[in-house]
Design a protein around this ligand. Structure first.
Ligand SMILES: C[S@@+](CC[C@H](N)C(=O)[O-])C[C@H]1O[C@@H](n2cnc3c(N)ncnc32)[C@H](O)[C@@H]1O
Ligand SMILES: Nc1nc2[nH]cc(C(=O)O)c2c(=O)[nH]1
Ligand code: SF4
Ligand SMILES: [Mg+2]
Length: 260
């Protein structure tokens, strides 16, 4: 998916493909309702950076991970595009937004201007920047792109993904530093043992408290049809384990349409 430049008033004229120091690779920028997590339903501007240090086989943002596409924009240009919208909430996502140093500069500027910021992150990087809600989605073994599941080849990324996907001390630091929700993509009941074990390890490692309702179970699925097959099972698991369920509101509403 190319940069979404058809939204009214969004100025992304300087799309010349060349990076300058401090630029961010932007895949798309749009307004929607936050579809996931504690703030589901809140009108928000989404800034999607391109590039990721992981390769989940199910990644619903294929054009930021497996096949990244983007144009480069300065932080000022990104801010100007955000300010075209009448929104108080900004969601910085990707790809993995925290692999880019300039994400920190953008978050500083957004905080200065009084925006509420959510960062959607895989929890492998601790940033040095203000964030109102760290929406951390640690990646489970069921996300690994094994040869059978690799959408793009025959498992070349499996080892790198496996090595990088979880680091308890990084997760503990995020929990200590930020108001955090831990949002797990659930593919089946088999994921629960890993989730339970990981929560226990993060609780042991972090001085800050992780409440059961800071832990969210989200059904895997990029389309309405796929979610139909997983959401009830995941809702039942949330009830059984006492964690929170999060819908994928945007998928329920708009399926897999771009810019939603
Ligand atoms: C595309 S990721 C970008 C942010 C970051 N890289 C991460 O994974 O948290 C945004 C959110 O979508 C979730 N996600 C990606 N593919 C999904 C799928 N097929 N089903 C459910 N959630 C998915 C991720 O777990 C994450 O919470
Ligand atoms: N509406 C909507 N809500 C979202 N919440 C997290 C998203 C993401 O891709 O990070 C996302 C997204 O892509 N769309
Ligand atoms: S970590 Fe996030 S962006 Fe990266 S591949 Fe997984 S879901 Fe996609
Ligand atoms: Mg998304």
């Amino acid at each position: 998916m190319p940069v979404a430049n058809d939204a009214p008033g969004v100025d992304i004229e300087r799309a010349d493909g060349d990076a300058e120091a401090g630029d961010l690779p932007i895949n798309e920028l749009f307004q929607s309702l936050q579809g996931e997590g504690r703030l589901a339903g809140v009108p928000s501007v989404f800034v999607r950076t391109s590039g990721c240090n992981l390769r989940c086989w199910f990644c619903d943002s294929y054009h930021t991970s497996w096949e990244p596409t983007h144009d480069w924009f300065g932080v000022d240009d990104v801010l100007a595009a955000i300010e075209e919208y009448d929104a108080d909430h900004v969601v910085l996502t990707g790809g993995e937004p925290l692999i880019h140093d300039s994400s920190e500069a953008l978050l500083e500027r957004l905080a200065d201007r009084g925006y509420h910021t959510t960062v959607e992150t895989n929890g492998t990087v601790v940033p040095d920047a203000p964030i109102d809600l760290a929406s951390v989605s640690p990646k489970l073994a069921s996300s690994t792109p094994t040869a059978e599941r690799d959408p793009d080849g025959d498992g070349e990324w499996a080892d790198r993904h496996e090595e990088r996907r979880l680091d308890v001390s990084t997760l503990a630091e995020l929990v200590e530093r930020y108001d955090t929700q831990l949002k797990f993509v659930v593919t089946g009941r088999e994921d629960m043992a890993e989730i339970e074990g990981l929560i226990e390890r993060v609780r042991d490692a972090a001085s800050a408290r992780v409440r059961d309702d800071d832990v969210l179970l989200m059904p895997e699925g990029q389309t309405r049809e796929q979610l139909e097959a997983t959401r009830e099972m995941v809702a039942d698991l949330a009830l059984e384990y006492g964690y929170r369920y999060t819908p994928r509101l945007h998928v329920d509403l708009w399926n897999d349409a771009p810019g939603t």
